[in-house]
Write a protein that binds this ligand. Structure first.
Ligand code: FES
Ligand code: FES
Length: 194
C-alpha cells in the first residue's frame, strides 16, 4: 500500500483517499471515489472532457496531481444538480439540445458553469473563449453555445425578470460556488487551464 493520504471535499462531502501523491485527480475521482461522470478523452490537457472545478476554477483533472488538490474543494459533474433540482446549465442544455455524447458533455457543462458564475451575461465571443478548451470531435458547437446563452438567461432571470417560478430560482450550489471563487489574479490553478 502506498503511503500518501489526501483529504478532498468533493461536491460538498469530505473524502479521504490513500494513493500515490502524483496520482491524477481524474483517476482519483473515477477509480478511488467512483465518480465516473468525469471523463477521459485525450489524457493530456487538450480536450476538456475531464474538466472539474477546484476551488471554483476550471481545470483539466488529467493534469492535476492529487498532491496539488489536497485540501481543496472539488466540484464534478455529479455535484451540479442540487438534489433533484437540475442546475440551470443542465436545464438549458436539455432545453436547447446542447448535450451531445457522454464523453464531451460533462466537460462542456463544467466549463459553461465556470464561465457563467464568473460572467452571467457573456457575449458570443466570450462563450467561445470560455469553452475553447472543450473539444467535440464529431458534431458542432451551435447548440452548445445556444444552451450556454440560455443558461445565462436562467441565471439572470431573478434579477431581470425574464422568467418566473422554477426557472427564477438559482440553486444554493451556485451561490456556494460564487462565494468560493477566488479573486482572479494569482490563483494557483490559472496555470493549469488558461
Ligand atoms: S482528458 Fe483531460 S484534457 Fe483531455
Ligand atoms: S465528442 Fe462528444 S459529441 Fe463529439
Amino acid at each position: 500500500m502506498t503511503g500518501y493520504s489526501a483529504t478532498l471535499t468533493v461536491n460538498g462531502v469530505k473524502r479521504s483517499v490513500r494513493t500515490y501523491p502524483m496520482a491524477r485527480l481524474l483517476d482519483v475521482l473515477r477509480e478511488d471515489l467512483t465518480l465516473t461522470g468525469t471523463k477521459e478523452g485525450c489524457g493530456e490537457g487538450e480536450c476538456g472532457a475531464c474538466s472539474v472545478l477546484i476551488d471554483g476554477i476550471l481545470v483539466n483533472s488529467c493534469l492535476v496531481p492529487l498532491i496539488q488538490a489536497d485540501g481543496a474543494q472539488i466540484t464534478t459533474i455529479e455535484g451540479l444538480a442540487d438534489g433533484a433540482e437540475l442546475d440551470p446549465v443542465q436545464r438549458a442544455f436539455l432545453e436547447r439540445g446542447g448535450a451531445q455524447c457522454g464523453i464531451c458533455t460533462p466537460g462542456m457543462l463544467m466549463a459553461a458553469r465556470a464561465l457563467l458564475v464568473r460572467n452571467p451575461a457573456p457575449s458570443d465571443r466570450e462563450i467561445r473563449e470560455g469553452l475553447a478548451g472543450n473539444i467535440c470531435r464529431c458534431t458542432g458547437y451551435t447548440k452548445i453555445f445556444d444552451a450556454v446563452r440560455r443558461a445565462g438567461e436562467l441565471m439572470r432571470a431573478p434579477r431581470e425578470g425574464l422568467c418566473s417560478g422554477l426557472e427564477a430560482r438559482q440553486p444554493e450550489s451556485w451561490r456556494r460556488l460564487s462565494r468560493s471563487m477566488p479573486k482572479a489574479a494569482g490563483c494557483r490553478w490559472r496555470a493549469v487551464r488558461t
